[in-house]
Write a protein that binds this ligand. Structure first.
Ligand SMILES: Cc1cc2nc3c(=O)[nH]c(=O)nc-3n(C[C@H](O)[C@H](O)[C@H](O)COP(=O)(O)O)c2cc1C
Length: 178
């Protein structure tokens, strides 16, 4: 499979980056082709809803790093969303390219793609990931994509925290088992 790993943290050696690394390791071991896009280190303007793109009929008015990501998304079989939890949702860094899916919506929606979700957050309460999982599930329902698994790393504020858990191993096994 062709896999796009879309990350949303500014911490190059942070918690979600560790999940991304382990997921990629597993996926590559199983023979998948992986392209990683670290949104925090790219130039992506938020969607301004001008609707000039008409959901993919025309080019977006912003010519930025989406020019690099969009063709990868269109050809991908699976997209891995990897983000820290920010106020119980995805980080702004990953939300910007997700909202820009609008500019190629007609090439993504109903295209039979798969997805996985990997999240890290400090809170370890039972309810802590409900919002982000709900957002992901509804987006997949709209896009008509299939969920292939989730790693919800609760109670992980720092790299030191997550290294003491089996969440990185869960990420590896998720990639390996695709
Ligand atoms: C702006 C901001 C908002 C955050 N919001 C939450 C939150 O809503 N729930 C939570 O459990 N942790 C929250 N955190 C903690 C991070 O999710 C946590 O430290 C995570 O491990 C950081 O991941 P990273 O190292 O990949 O950047 C927040 C951190 C920041 C900086």
């Amino acid at each position: 499979m062709k896999i796009v790993v879309l990350t949303g943290s500014s911490h190059k050696a942070g918690t979600s980056s560790l999940l991304a690394e382990r997921f990629i390791e597993g996926a590559k071991e199983s023979g998948h082709e992986v392209y990683r896009f670290d949104a925090a280190f790219k130039n992506i303007h938020p969607c301004i809803a001008c609707d000039k793109c008409k959901c993919g009929e025309n080019l977006c008015v912003f010519q930025d790093s989406m020019a690099e990501l969009s063709p990868r998304l269109i050809e991908a079989d699976l997209i891995a969303f990897v983000t820290p939890l920010y106020y119980y949702g995805p980080s702004a860094q990953i939300k910007a390219p997700i909202d820009r899916f609008y500019g190629i919506d007609n090439m993504l929606r109903g295209a039979g793609k798969k997805a996985v979700l990997l999240v890290t957050g400090t809170n370890n309460r039972e309810w802590a990931m409900k919002g982000i999982v709900g957002n992901y599930t509804e987006a997949l329902q709209y896009l008509q994509w299939q969920d292939c698994g989730q790693v919800l790393a609760k109670g992980c504020c720092t790299r030191e925290d997550i290294e003491k858990t089996d969440y990185p191993q869960q990420a590896y096994l998720l990639g390996k088992g695709l």
